[in-house]
Write a protein that binds this ligand. Structure first.
Ligand code: B1M
Length: 211
């Protein structure tokens, strides 16, 4: 637990090198990737989020913490690629237009990849047209949209509507997630699957591909 607190504290201080070393230590000591992720990295990022909300810290501080988070998650990437049931299938993933938050989206992509899916990662600030065109071009079975802002989550509805207009709605499963999104919003916009976290999203995608 002490080590997890150290990871969280180093992340809050934006010390990417320390985060990397501590995460490596935690791996070497046999901690599971999910406990390092949730009790160390995500818990540190939650503190950053609360301070940001209260105007105790500002965008550059958050960016530095985000960079430290990435340094840690990179090391966890191979470990999150669990053994077990895998499915082949293509997933187009991105953070919606106007939204630059990509940490959660990267985790979802990482975990889906770990379950054997081919990931077409469009990055962040992705307009509906790019999601839909990439799904058509790659013959993808799933479009996965992430949004972290209440002001951008509406873009997910545009993806659903455009998929319908372009005639691929019945061929593609549209998954949504991110802090302001919930099950009822998913239903409201006519998307198919809402997941609260990256592991659940990967499970749900796997179940869909195997169905
Ligand atoms: Co921003 N930001 N931010 N930010 N930022 C939030 C989201 C905010 C809640 C902070 C706060 O006020 N407490 C707030 C949003 C308020 C709202 O709309 N409700 C906010 C704001 C306001 C802003 C700006 C507008 C600030 C400003 O400029 N005034 C600005 C917007 C920029 C833009 O996008 N256009 C902004 C900027 C930034 C940074 C660039 C500095 C940076 C992002 C860096 C990056 O991502 N590369 C940043 C960060 C880091 C945050 C917080 C602190 C952390 C987000 C994060 O990475 N969490 C965040 C506060 C918070 O969340 N505590 C905040 C860790 C990550 C693992 O969790 O992304 O939620 P999350 O992903 C989860 C689940 O949501 C889920 O799985 C993951 C866990 O397993 N999930 C999915 C995510 N996508 C999914 C998709 C799925 C399924 C599950 O299926 C497809």
């Amino acid at each position: 637990m002490e080590l997890m607190n150290q990871i969280s504290t180093a992340l809050q201080a934006g010390k990417a090198k320390d985060v990397k070393a501590l995460v490596q230590q935690a791996i070497d000591e046999g901690n599971s990737a999910s406990s390092i992720l949730n009790e160390g990295l995500v818990s540190g990022m939650n503190v950053i989020g609360a301070k940001f909300k209260n105007n105790e810290i500002y965008v550059p501080d958050v960016l530095i913490a985000a960079r430290a988070m990435k340094a840690g998650t990179e090391l966890l990437k191979p470990l999150l690629k669990e053994a077990g049931v895998k499915a082949s299938g293509k997933v187009v993933i991105g953070t919606v237009a106007g939204d630059l938050h990509d940490i959660g989206k990267n985790l979802v992509a990482m975990m889906m990849e770990g379950k054997g899916m081919e990931i077409i990662d469009l990055g962040c600030d992705v307009p509906a047209e790019r999601f839909v065109q990439a799904a058509i071009d790659n013959d993808a079975q799933i479009i996965a949209c992430s949004a972290l802002l209440t002001t951008t989550m509406g873009e997910m509805k545009s993806v659903v509507e455009l998929a319908r207009e372009k005639g691929i709605r019945d061929k593609v499963t549209i998954m949504v997630g991110g802090a302001p999104v919930n099950e009822s919003y998913c239903n409201q916009i006519g998307a198919d699957i809402y997941s609260a976290d990256a592991a659940t999203a990967a499970e749900a995608a796997l179940a869909k591909l195997l169905a």
